[in-house]
Design a protein around this ligand. Structure first.
Ligand code: ADP
Ligand code: MG
Length: 240
């Protein structure tokens, strides 16, 4: 194994994804350091969601490779990727509306569903992390606010102890106050639990506040990358 690559949370090499003749993600290469929030920015249709899905492995790339702590994810089935410590939260909220909060959290334990003690331990960890989930554990998830539903999704994702979380527009459609709660959850995961976060966000100003590093896409091509504090010139973000 290449030690420099093993030292990175994620390395993407020449990743390409097409839809027919259309190149949605064009030979993207990047490196995500461990424990940082890596923000993908760019206008609607830039290829952010497609890139995130291709990194996770939901979409088969036409070319390129993704390494998680130096190990290739090529051909690795979903359950094994989960065991390797990578998780993905899609843009569309994916809670089970008719199930309780606790049942939703337990769905995150699918890969170790026989291990009741581990499930219990992971539930307790979530209730310590997010006390409101404990209070509402018997509530039907569909009745919760949008921000709390995001909390349920994040909690469910954390059941498998991911080292790296890919999250696509977690605050889309949320009121400002609820968005702040969601951003704070991500910052806490980074700061308190050392989880690496790949964040796709349309809200450039707020993403810049929490991201350590930003990567700007336009029509599937990289337009800028660098530490978030170097992205001070908002005019570079022509779409804002
Ligand atoms: P973003 O998340 O930055 O808004 P997307 O990754 O969703 O952008 O989309 C990038 C481009 O790829 C867009 O032009 C979109 O229409 C196209 N695209 C995305 N998904 C599909 C698909 N399943 N089939 C065909 N084209 C797609
Ligand atoms: Mg998108």
């Amino acid at each position: 194994m290449n030690f420099a690559e093993a030292d990175k949370a994620v390395v993407v090499k020449g990743l390409e994804r097409r839809f027919g003749a259309f190149v949605a993600v064009n030979r993207i290469s990047l490196e995500v350091a461990k424990g940082e929030i890596f923000g993908f920015l760019g206008p609607n249709g830039a290829g952010k969601s497609t890139l995130l899905k291709a990194i996770y492995g939901f979409l088969e790339p036409a070319a390129g490779e993704v390494l998680l702590e130096g190990k290739s994810l090529k051909g690795v089935p979903t359950y094994e990727r989960i065991n390797m410590g990578i998780a993905y939260i899609p843009q569309q909220p994916g809670i089970f509306r008719w199930m309780s909060v606790e049942e939703n959290l337990e769905m995150g334990a699918w890969t170790f569903r026989q291990d009741r003690r581990r499930i219990q331990r992971k539930l307790e960890e979530n209730y310590t992390r997010f006390p409101t989930l404990k209070e509402r554990r018997k509530s039907q998830a569909g009745e919760l606010s949008g921000g709390m539903q995001r909390m349920v999704e994040i909690g469910r994702t954390l059941m498998t102890d991911p080292k790296v979380i890919l999250v696509d527009e977690p605050t889309a459609g949320l009121a400002t106050m609820l968005s702040e709660t969601v951003y704070q959850m991500l910052v806490d995961l980074r700061d308190k639990e050392k989880i690496t976060i790949l964040l796709v966000d349309q809200d450039i100003r707020r993403a810049l506040k929490i991201a350590d590093y930003v990567y700007v896409l336009e029509l599937g091509v990289n337009k800028f990358e660098g530490p978030a504090e170097e992205f001070t010139d908002l005019e570079r973000a022509f779409w804002v």
